[in-house]
Design a protein around this ligand. Sequence first.
Ligand SMILES: Nc1ncnc2c1ncn2[C@@H]1O[C@H](COP(=O)(O)OP(=O)(O)O)[C@@H](O)[C@H]1O
Ligand SMILES: [Mg+2]
Length: 455
Amino acid sequence: MDVVEYRVKILEEAESFRKEYERNLRPLEELRPEKPFTYISVGGGELGDLVLTAAKRELGGANGGIRTVAIDRYDGFPAQDVADHYEIIDMLNGDLLEKCIRKYVPNPEEPHAIYLEIERADTLRVFKLGKEEGYNVVSTPYAPLIGMDRLSTKLLFERVGVPVVEWQYADSEEELKRVAKDMGLPLIIKPIMTSSGHGTTIAKKWEDVEKAYEYAVKHARGKGDIVVVERYLEELKERGTEITQLVLRHFDENGNIVTTLLPPVEHKRPGATYHESWLPATISEAAVRKCQEYAKRIAEYLGGLGIYAVEQFVIDDKVYNSEFANRPHDTGMVTRWALEKDEGALHLLASIGLPLSKEVTRLKIKGEYCVAHVILAPHDLPSEEVPVLGWNAGRVYAYIRRKGYRGDVWYFGKPVAYPTRRMGLAVAYHEDIEEARRIAEDIAHFAEKNIRYKT
Ligand SMILES: Nc1ncnc2c1ncn2[C@@H]1O[C@H](COP(=O)(O)OP(=O)(O)O)[C@@H](O)[C@H]1O
Ligand SMILES: [Mg+2]
């Protein structure tokens, strides 16, 4: 079977699995401490933290009938101290990961959910536990598998009929050159499985194409001899913008699974990683409608419960669908300050089957923008593992007050840093979007100067 046929088969399976799977899902009624619901987060960064703290904040934690388990690869990870149990393992090791899941959920009939917070885990092993043994992998076992694979993602988007940028794939250097000649420059060449721009080349000249294949394969996660080649949209940075369209799949009050569309989150990035995001988006109503309609189609094809995040490029009223993940998204952390409930709480509540009304996804800010801006470790840290000594919370809060800003910070509490590691978020509110962006950036830069590293 060739690489496309194989993926089309997975997509077909995913569709039939969804129907069967959703027929067996029931809304959650009672939570009981003597027989608690077990919620496992595979990955315990800030997005694991946001989801698991909701089990405590909103549902009373273990005494309220929901116990949480967080897994990550290093000691002191953000969700470690908020979870009832934690494990430190290499999540790419399928045997260890499976053992860990079975330790807390020996029997898949028990009430539980497994949330894959990151791609750096043995997704295939978790998929098998879901598909073959009935473990409850949020939102469905297929969604993480498809979302982490760029070729599967493109095929899914074409299947559900949502627009994508012109693309092809190549499985050798020769094939890449042929494809590039055929499409013409500029192009962007991406490994089949990566994130944060690793292994990606923006090819504006022929020399770039020549080096791109080897570079991509070297940086790919897992077995990655395929590259996806896309038309590079120069207008995107010039006059376009980027959207993360969040979608919630949840039970409604009548016991039906429904799809609720959140307000689109807008974000801008100088490079390939998350930099700043805000609500509400400044795009046209026509563009909002498209973003929402496309994201809905994608989420409904895969189904199940919980958050879906669809990354989209918007140029004027034209919307291109780029990637999706079936989990909360880093750009969506701004929901913590701008929506009735943050994306972590929405994901948790929906994915355990709690019936929710659409109101929980509403904007809670009125007549102003809310911007979140990353707080990063310095780019010139001397090594990949620099201990963090502390941060001066008092000075940061005093600065916000002194400047007369309406703002906030979220410090993640990571014990070690590497150059440009994400350490926290700064937040600002203002009626004027440019002013809100400026203030959030100013708070972020001030906070950056107030984290102490052992260098
Ligand atoms: N075809 C494209 N044209 C223009 N910019 C792009 C294109 N593809 C990606 N980008 C830019 O690179 C960023 C990262 O690309 P993405 O495909 O989301 O990869 P990653 O998995 O690394 O996040 C995007 O958010 C966007 O800013
Ligand atoms: Mg992306």
